[in-house]
Design a protein around this ligand. Structure first.
Ligand code: ZN
Length: 337
C-alpha cells in the first residue's frame, strides 16, 4: 500500500476509475493487488524490427539516421508500424503496465502513428518526438547530444518555448555526452550507464530523474558489469531512478522481466525496484501507488493460478516472478476486450 509498498489485507473500492475506499479486512481471497507499472523508456516503433538477425556496434544497429533500425523503419508501411506498435502496447497492458514514455522517430507522422496505435488501450503515454515530432508530442527526445551540432540549442529553445518536456539519451556507451545534456537542464535522462561521480552529483543536485534500461544495456553490450549503470552510487546520491525497457527490437516491453533482471544483476531491494517500476508515472502527473482518492491504476493477480501463492515474501515474489499466467484483471480497456 501507499508509496512504501507495505503489504496489507485490504478491500479496495473503485468508482469512476478512482480509488474511493481502502478498508482493512481480516480475510482476503488469494489475490494480490499490485500498482500498475510505468515503462519510462520505450522505442515502440522498432517493434517492426523485432529480433532481426543483426550484429554490430550500437551505432550500426540503432544510431540515427542510418542504423539498421532506421532503415527497417523507413521500409515499413505506416499501417504495419501502427499495427506493430499497437501489439506492443497490448503486450505491455497484459503484463501490468499502465503507462509509458516513448522516444518516437519519424517526425510528426511518427508521433501521430503512435497516438493512433494507443487509441484502443489508451495507456498513459508521453511521446518524446524528434525531427519536428516534438511539436505534436509531449516532449522532445534527443537521441544523444553527440548526434547534433549547434542547431541543438535552437531545437531545444523552440521546444521549451512551446512548453515541451526535454529528455536525452546520455551516457549510454560512455560518459562523454552527459555534460552536454546536463547543460540543457533536461527533464529526464535515459541510460547513464556510464556517468562520473561528478556527473552523478550534478544530476542529483538538479533533481533530474534517470531512466535505466538494464536488459537493453546488456543486450547492446554497453555494459558487462553490475557497476554500470552505477545504480547504487546514483541511489545513494539521491538520484530518482526509473526503469525502462528501451528498444522493442531487442527487449520485450515487459516490466516484470525488467524488474527481475534488475534485482538479480544489480541486487536492488524489492521496495526500491517497485518504486523504480512505478515512479515514472510522475511525468504524466500521476502516482500509481495504492492511495485513496488516486486514480485506480493497479492490476489484480490470482495467486492460486500459479505457484506464487506459496510465497513467504510477497514483495520479492512480485519483483521476480510476476507474469500474466496469474493476471486476473485490470481496469484497462484493452485487457477487458
Ligand atoms: Zn532509447
Amino acid at each position: 500500500m501507499g508509496d512504501d509498498f507495505d503489504e496489507r489485507n485490504v478491500r479496495i473500492v473503485v468508482a469512476d476509475g478512482v480509488i474511493t475506499h481502502i478498508e482493512e479486512i481480516d480475510r482476503v481471497p488469494d489475490q494480490w493487488i499490485v500498482p500498475g507499472f510505468f515503462n519510462a523508456h520505450t522505442h515502440l516503433g522498432d517493434t517492426v524490427a523485432m529480433d532481426v538477425d543483426a550484429a554490430g556496434s550500437i551505432g550500426d544497429l540503432v544510431a540515427p539516421p542510418d542504423g539498421l533500425k532506421h532503415r527497417i523503419l523507413r521500409a515499413s508501411s505506416p499501417r504495419l508500424c501502427v499495427e506493430a506498435m499497437a501489439a506492443s502496447i497490448r503486450t505491455m497492458a497484459q503484463t501490468g503496465t499502465w503507462g509509458f514514455a516513448d522516444f518516437r522517430e519519424g517526425g510528426i507522422p511518427g508521433v501521430e502513428y503512435l497516438q493512433q496505435a494507443n487509441t484502443d488501450c489508451s495507456l498513459d503515454a508521453v511521446i518524446f518526438g524528434r525531427d519536428g515530432g516534438e511539436s505534436v508530442g509531449a516532449g522532445l527526445g534527443v537521441s544523444s547530444s553527440r548526434h547534433y551540432g549547434e542547431e541543438l540549442t535552437k531545437i531545444i529553445e523552440r521546444a521549451r518555448a512551446d512548453g515541451k518536456q526535454i529528455a536525452f539519451h546520455a551516457g549510454e556507451k560512455d560518459s562523454r555526452d552527459v555534460d552536454a545534456a546536463l547543460a540543457f537542464d533536461p527533464d529526464m535522462l535515459v541510460h547513464c550507464t556510464h556517468v562520473t561521480p561528478a556527473q552523478i552529483r550534478r544530476i542529483a543536485d538538479a533533481g533530474i530523474p534517470v531512466v535505466i534500461c538494464p536488459r537493453s544495456n546488456w543486450r547492446l553490450g554497453v555494459t558487462s558489469s553490475n557497476q554500470n549503470p552505477p545504480v547504487h552510487a546514483m541511489l545513494e546520491a539521491g538520484v530518482e531512478l526509473w526503469l525502462g525497457t528501451d528498444n522493442v527490437m531487442f527487449v520485450q516491453p515487459d516490466m516484470a522481466a525488467e524488474m527481475a533482471f534488475c534485482h538479480y544483476v544489480y541486487h536492488i531491494d524489492a521496495p526500491t525496484i517497485l518504486k523504480m517500476a512505478t515512479g515514472g508515472a510522475q511525468i504524466v502527473d500521476r502516482n500509481y501507488s495504492l492511495i485513496k482518492d488516486h486514480d485506480a491504476r493497479f492490476t489484480r493477480y490470482n495467486m492460486a493460478r500459479s505457484n506464487a501463492g506459496f510465497s513467504k515474501n510477497i514483495l520479492n515474489t512480485i519483483i521476480t516472478r510476476l507474469n500474466s499466467i496469474s493476471m486476473e484483471g485490470s481496469l484497462l480497456n484493452c485487457y477487458l476486450k
